[in-house]
Design a protein around this ligand. Structure first.
Ligand SMILES: Nc1nc2c(c(=O)[nH]1)N[C@H]1C(S)=C(S)[C@@H](COP(=O)(O)O)O[C@H]1N2
Ligand SMILES: [Mo]
Length: 413
């Protein structure tokens, strides 16, 4: 069976209601009498079976199945370039079925578009230069599970992020071909996914970016991910990729782009969706929509992709440590590690990004001084001197932009 045949192969009884810290019992939805005997780091096989349930994906943790949302455990994000099977899924509605790339159309229109045009995917390939870039996508709500009081929405841990290689055409080339009026302000997208209610008049999500972001050379209309068709749940056969901003600006199953003479006002574009309070608020505060601002570039963040949290390590051996770091539209200038709960920080070897808006890989190693429980903490700094907080930053009503340092537990024996 291919992706396209059956997007919903999941069983509902599996893995719903996961929140923040997962206990074995909560994750499996039942008591686990011998749970304390299950070796750390060993996933229960029922869990593993569930992880295989999304066609073309492997090891993802399913947060909900309607709409389907699944994140990648940090240790499966170890590749420099995220493979298709490990790319997280954030769906707001139901993906299209029976997609035929040969008949797929992309319409460009809107009040600030001079020559509204319809393209097939073959037209795009033929008329415009094909570009391949490694681009980082992170859901604006990644890390939401840590906010207290809890913010409603998917309780993402750290894995709603990935950095595959996308192939397509520059959004800018297509927009310029269609002519952009001088009064253009925003570009909005519409996708072919359907609303959960089944009501065809409702959009699932229709967001976009200011014209300046749309015209950046890294903003793509992509038909391939890592040299293959984009997986169904990641937007097959065509998606927008505007990296470094909340993943929600990168429209999947892309069917229409509108060049607007005002800030786009599609579904989930305006407050309270994907917006932050204009000023710091106390946890639990109700903030009026008029005081909420649309999120643009994402904050500085990092991930420890090796080792997996919960491993046991031999005292005599050094432990290799590695991961990634990213900072929205900006670059990473340094990544530091601590094994003493932040008292001292060790520099890591940081590699340059494959291209602008790709995450940067870093690596290091440590030798532990004695046996016992340790945590590896990673902390990135961007090229403007901004760094990650140790604890969950600014509480906000919808639980966006948690860029607290990633922590990984190691038992040294
Ligand atoms: N058409 C459409 N585009 C969409 C979405 C969606 O539900 N429908 N989800 C958005 C959100 S909130 C995110 S974080 C990213 C997730 O991309 P991924 O599922 O490929 O990881 O897609 C965005 N584009
Ligand atoms: Mo998202």
């Amino acid at each position: 069976m291919t992706n396209q045949d059956n997007p919903y192969t999941l069983s509902r009884r599996q893995f719903l209601g996961r929140s923040g810290q997962v206990s074995l019992a909560a994750a499996l939805g039942m008591a686990v009498p011998f749970g304390h005997l299950l070796p750390r780091g060993l996933a229960p096989v029922a869990y593993a079976a569930n992880q295989a349930a999304i066609d073309g994906k492997e090891g993802l943790i399913i947060l909900g199945d309607r709409p389907l949302n699944a994140e990648t455990p940090a240790h499966l994000l170890d590749d420099a370039v995220t493979p298709n099977r490990y790319m997280f899924i954030r769906n707001n509605g139901v993906p299209p079925v029976n997609v035929d790339p040969a008949t797929w159309r992309l319409e460009i229109s809107g009040e600030s578009c001079e020559r509204p045009t319809s393209f097939s995917i073959a037209d795009l390939k033929q008329r415009f230069e094909t570009i391949t870039l490694q681009l980082q996508l992170e859901c604006g709500g990644n890390g939401r599970g840590e906010f207290s009081p809890a913010a409603s929405g998917n309780q993402w841990s750290v894995g709603a992020v990935g950095c595959p290689r996308f192939t397509g055409v520059r959004l800018r080339d297509v927009l310029q071909y269609c002519g952009i009026n001088g009064d253009a302000v925003y570009v909005g997208y519409y996708g072919a996914d359907t609303h959960l209610s089944g009501d065809a008049s409702l959009d699932t999500i229709s967001r976009g970016v200011p014209i300046a972001k749309a015209l950046e050379p890294e903003s793509l209309i992509a038909w391939a991910m890592n040299g293959e068709d984009i997986p169904l749940h990641n937007g097959y056969p065509l998606r927008l990729v505007c990296a470094g901003w909340p993943g929600s600006v990168s429209g999947k199953w892309l069917r229409r782009l509108v060049v607007r003479n005002q800030v786009h006002d599609g579904e989930k574009m305006l407050a309270p969706s994907y917006t932050m309070p204009a000023y710091p608020v106390a946890p639990g505060t109700r903030v009026p929509d008029s005081d909420m601002r649309i999120i643009e570039s994402m904050p500085v963040k990092s991930l420890v992709s090796f080792p997996a949290s919960g491993i046991t390590h031999n005292l005599r051996e050094r432990l290799d440590i590695r991961g990634h770091a990213w900072a929205g539209d900006n670059q990473i200038s340094a990544v530091f590690l601590s094994i003493d709960f932040g008292a001292t920080w060790l520099p890591t070897a940081l590699q340059p990004a494959a291209n602008r808006l790709a995450w940067q890989n870093w690596q290091s190693w440590v030798q532990f001084p004695e046996k016992g429980y340790y945590e590896i903490w990673a902390r990135a700094m961007d090229d403007r001197g901004r760094s990650q907080p140790m604890v969950v930053p600014g509480w906000n009503p919808r639980g966006y932009l948690n860029n607290a340092c990633h922590r990984v537990a190691v038992q040294v024996v």
